[in-house]
Design a binder for this molecule. Structure first.
Ligand code: SF4
Length: 360
């Protein structure tokens, strides 16, 4: 039987149940989910499915990440709610490719781990599955593992196995709607040009989940815990001299301006910190920055494209500010300017939760 897999939270419990109920069947997993966006999230879900299938002794095949074809398939349905018409097309597309894969492998049964997800309509899934049975002769096994406390058992297994628990279905449209309803920043869509790994980003999680696989291979005990913290994202930053001369500059992380703009000039210097006369803004030179982080940046462009890692940047901020909660802008420049300056920073701080790996 070919089992289409959407994520480890659904697949681990579902596959365990199938192994129990269909002991005569050789199960093969098929991770085909081009709906998942962004690609880093796709990689993260695949990684956790591979880990889970390894534990269960089930081979898992990866389908093509044909994201553009998926986008084309759901065109015109972008505003549909979850469980609506877009989801039907999304299921159909995934079933069609899975059914073809089953035919290619000589299998005559397919099923999908989506059946166990409380957020999915079993009726809708069954309708898609049965349509393909008629078309391709590949039988759709519509098991209901949600009933009789199945959902509670699934939660227990998710916790016990420390599976990666994503908090959105997968596609950019569902995510956009969810974040709008939650009035939460859609930080999943941030992709800094610097490639700096931001706190609680998908990239940070991906690195952590890769590390936990290494720990498991080495038999080292660990736990994944959650921590609440104040997160930060910078949308835009500009330093302007006079009316429109843009000066190369870099605003350290956690630099915020309540009204996004401040005009003024540098007033005085003390111990390599140059104080602006508005909004508690501080300037430092690139040379001083280099001395603080033991780096050799030649210019601001180099710093923008290849900054220190996030924690290192926080340490630099902490060495300049006198308290741990400071949100004042700290701006790095190649040279100091004795003229009227406009500082424009569009950034957001927000309460967030991040996962952390602790070795026991
Ligand atoms: S919400 Fe989920 S099921 Fe619906 S279209 Fe998006 S990814 Fe597919």
């Amino acid at each position: 039987m070919l089992v289409h897999i959407c994520c480890s939270v659904d697949s681990h419990f579902f596959l365990e149940k199938l192994q129990h109920d269909y002991p005569q069947e050789k199960l093969t997993g098929f991770f085909y989910d081009p709906n998942i966006h962004p690609y880093s999230e796709y990689q993260l879900r695949l990684l956790d499915v591979q880990r889970s299938c390894k534990k269960l002794g089930i081979e898992v095949l990866e389908g093509e990440y044909d994201f553009e074809a998926w986008m084309q398939a759901v065109r015109g349905l972008e505003k549909e709610p979850e469980k609506g018409a877009r989801c039907e097309v999304c299921f159909d597309k995934r079933f069609e490719v899975s059914a073809k894969k089953a035919l290619e492998l000589g299998e005559n049964k397919i099923t999908t781990t989506l059946l166990v997800s409380p957020l999915k309509s079993q009726e809708q899934l069954k309708k898609s599955g049965d349509a393909f049975y008629e078309k391709y002769g590949v039988e759709f096994i519509a098991v209901d593992y949600r009933a009789d406390g199945g959902t509670q058992d699934q939660s227990r297994v998710t916790k016990e196995e420390q599976l990666y628990r994503q908090d959105y279905c997968g596609c950019i449209y569902g995510l956009t709607m969810q974040r709008e309803q939650q009035e939460r920043l859609m930080d999943e869509m941030f992709s800094p040009i610097s490639k700096q790994i931001l706190p609680a980003s998908i990239e940070e999680r991906l690195a952590m989940y890769k590390k936990r696989m290494l720990l498991e291979d080495e038999g080292i005990e660990y736990k994944i815990i959650k921590e609440k913290f104040l997160n930060y994202r910078q949308f835009n930053f500009k330093l302007i001299k006079g009316k429109k001369e843009v000066i190369p500059a870099y605003a350290l992380t956690y630099s915020t301006l309540p009204r996004k703009r401040a005009q003024g000039q540098i007033e005085f210097e003390d111990k390599n910190i140059h104080y602006f006369n508005r909004e508690e803004i501080k300037f430092i030179t690139l040379d001083y920055f280099n001395s603080l982080c033991n780096s050799e940046y030649k210019n601001i462009k180099e710093l923008i494209f290849n900054p220190p890692n996030f924690d290192e940047e926080l340490k630099i901020r902490a060495s300049i500010e006198s308290n741990n909660y400071a949100l004042s802008p700290i701006i790095v420049v190649e040279y100091l300017i004795d003229a009227k300056l406009t500082v424009a920073i569009d950034a957001k701080t927000y309460e967030d939760t991040k996962e952390k790996l602790i070795i026991l």
